[in-house]
Design a protein around this ligand. Structure first.
Ligand code: PLP
Ligand code: COI
Length: 355
């Protein structure tokens, strides 16, 4: 996978759509920038990526993505600082994780340069799409899917790698109420839970619909074997604070190795916050909620950043969390976003300058 790229071909749109976008009222991931990066895997190799106008994709009905779900993705953001500088946050971790997901789903790994130079070229072309409004950023969605044809249940021989971007506001509006799941599972040992495979998300939609009908926004997944331990939320890793200790579950076959999660653990250590990476039982969380020791729960992820949880439901009972003045969630969110938007020193070396 030794690939050197000097230039990536760019085909620009005839007319930009940027003036049609209301940058002051952005939702999450619903308007798309003018261009996308596109790269095809064919005859045993990835072809050179190119930047092209954002456009629909034509696929054969037998393409294996439709039948066997060979599809993986990443989630990243580009941030613009007050001087117009453009930044990414730990992008090589996303690049590496895409290839970890690719390997598990029998998708050919993508050369690092295609990802990094492709993304950087795309961001240069669409830099005006990176919003500067508070809390907004350019959400970046790199993905690979099986475009190869055939009903045979085996890996495809052709794939597409695409990076599409969307100027976005917050993923959740307000605090989130979650339901601790007792029946359905998101992932299992030996399965694909640690990969960002499309089907992991499809499998969550039905149980989440059931939770939404009961008045919750998200499901908190528990381990598939006993349903006794809290694992993660649909698109976020989960943290709980009991007294003054922050706790998150260990990554495994079943839990995504979140970049926000590991950054929070490093920032917590830097802040002198006691943090533990260990299994968290539902019983422990319920007991702590009853005794008042459960101070906070929050989800952490690129799209959601740090999203405080207002309360949780378990076995038909709702438990509310207190409103804290100086929450860990607020402190950690400020520290991480100050690094992302180039508002503070980055002692960890996480920020990556694009422009
Ligand atoms: N867990 C799942 C299932 C996710 O989809 C995500 C989002 O990417 C995360 C956790 C958080 O990961 P990261 O912080 O790398 O975005
Ligand atoms: C992200 O946080 O970037 C994700 O990929 C989650 C996604 C399902 C919105």
């Amino acid at each position: 996978m030794d690939v050197q790229l000097k230039n990536i071909a760019v085909e620009k749109v005839a007319t930009s759509k940027i003036n049609e976008v209301d940058f002051d009222n952005l939702s999450f991931g619903s308007v798309f920038s003018d261009h996308m990066l596109e790269c095809t895997y064919k005859n045993g190799a990835w072809e050179a990526p190119k930047v092209v106008p954002y456009q629909p994709i034509t696929l054969d009905p037998s393409s294996k993505i439709f039948h066997y779900g060979q599809s993986i993705f990443e989630g990243m953001k580009a941030y613009k600082d007050t001087e117009g500088g453009v930044w990414l946050f730990r992008p090589s971790d996303n690049q590496k994780r895409l290839n970890i997901s690719a390997k598990r789903m029998a998708i050919p790994e993508l050369p690092e340069e295609y990802f990094m130079e492709g993304l950087s070229t795309l961001l240069q072309v669409d830099k005006d799409w990176i919003p500067t409004q508070a809390g907004s950023s350019l959400y970046i969605r790199p993905f690979i899917f099986a475009s190869g044809k055939g009903f045979h249940a085996s890996p495809a021989d052709e794939y597409k790698f695409i990076i599409a971007t969307a100027p976005s506001g917050a993923y959740f509006s307000g605090k989130v109420k979650v339901l601790i799941e007792e029946k359905y599972s998101r992932s299992a040992n030996g399965g694909v839970g640690f990969a960002k495979a499309g089907g992991n998300y499809a499998g969550q939609f039905y149980p989440t619909q059931l939770a939404v009908k009961k008045g919750y926004q998200q499901v908190i997944w528990t381990d598939d074997n006993t349903h006794e331990y809290i694992e993660e939320a649909g698109a976020m890793n989960i943290f709980v604070r009991i007294k003054d200790t922050l706790i998150t579950g260990p990554t495994s076959d079943r839990i995504l190795d979140g970049i926000t999660r590991k950054s929070i653990l490093d920032i917590a250590a830097d802040e002198g916050i006691k943090a533990e990476v260990r299994k968290i039982s539902v019983a422990e969380v319920v007991e702590a909620a009853k005794s008042g020791d459960l101070k906070e729960m929050f989800g952490a992820g690129t799209a959601a950043v740090i999203s405080p949880i207002a309360g949780f439901g378990f076995q038909g009972i709702d438990y509310d969390l207190p409103e804290l003045e100086n929450s860990y969630a607020m402190l950690l969110k400020k520290r991480i976003t100050d690094i992302q938007y180039n508002r503070a020193e980055d002692k960890f070396g996480w920020r990556h300058k694009v422009l």
